[in-house]
Design a protein around this ligand. Structure first.
Ligand SMILES: [Cu+2]
Length: 118
């Protein structure tokens, strides 16, 4: 019986280790909705989080998986909202992805895919 109990405790450990991630800042809103089709190249992309967070990096890739250069440096200060100016985008599919850095050092990835219609 004791052995079974220990096994149960051991099995529940990974769940306990993952749980704090749920307490991290969540994405509240993005200016471009997931899978949106836009009639024109968007001028910027704004991410709003449920609370202030650090933004570690942002990358934009095209349908070929090639990185599209962004003229953007994440601010050093934590914020609840970040606006990333976008270059003029040719028609096609894109993914903008980011990583936030929580105050405890945990990194949380996020991404939005969208299409610029031709
Ligand atoms: Cu954490």
């Amino acid at each position: 019986m004791k052995r079974l109990l220990l096994a149960l405790v051991a099995a529940s450990l990974p769940i306990a280790a993952v749980a704090p991630a749920l307490a991290h800042t969540a994405v509240r809103e993005t200016s471009i909705a997931e899978n949106a089709t836009l009639s024109a190249s968007p001028e910027s992309f704004t991410i709003t989080f449920s609370a202030v967070t650090g933004l570690a990096n942002v990358t934009l890739t095209n349908a070929a998986g090639r990185e599209v250069a962004l003229d953007y440096m994440p601010p050093r200060n934590r914020a609840a909202s970040f606006t990333i100016p976008l270059p003029a985008l040719a028609p096609g599919a894109y993914t903008i992805s980011w990583r936030t850095m929580a105050s405890d050092g945990h990194v949380m990835p996020g991404a939005v895919r969208f299409t610029v219609a031709g």
